[in-house]
Design a protein around this ligand. Structure first.
Ligand code: AMP
Length: 114
């Protein structure tokens, strides 16, 4: 299977505005931001969707949330508030099949999940 666009970012084959990186996780700005802060927090391992995780991935999944929280703190939106979103498969509108968490903040959001 060919690399996902996010794996190509991890391999530095295409550019991205990288906000955070460690051995397991990379975070970069969404190319089509839906909020003043819109950062994607991505495991380097190319897991297609949340459906493809197992209990063995619990620590990694926890680290994705903690990393998103830390970036929210660094961006100054932790106190005002932020939203984390993970889309899974077609009905959720997932377009990139490499697991990721959207970190959204910097504006007052409603509760429209449509
Ligand atoms: P999803 O619809 O949940 O799969 O989210 C995929 C996200 O990836 C979308 O918000 C896109 O704007 C974003 N995206 C796609 N290509 C890139 C890219 N090259 N760099 C940064 N973000 C991207």
């Amino acid at each position: 299977m060919s690399d996902s666009i996010f794996t190509r970012i991890i391999k530095r084959e295409i550019p991205a505005s990288i906000e955070y990186e460690d051995d397991e996780i990379i975070a970069f700005r969404d190319i089509t931001p839906q909020a003043p802060v819109h950062i994607l927090v991505v495991p380097k391992r190319p897991i297609p969707t949340l459906n493809d995780t197992s209990p063995d991935d619990a620590a990694l999944l926890g680290r994705l949330l903690l990393t998103a929280r830390d970036i929210a703190v660094a961006k100054g939106i932790a106190e005002s508030g932020f939203r984390l979103v993970t889309n899974c498969n077609a009905d959720a509108g997932q377009t990139v099949f490499h697991l990721h968490v959207h970190l959204l903040g910097g504006l007052k959001m409603g509760h429209n999940f449509a």
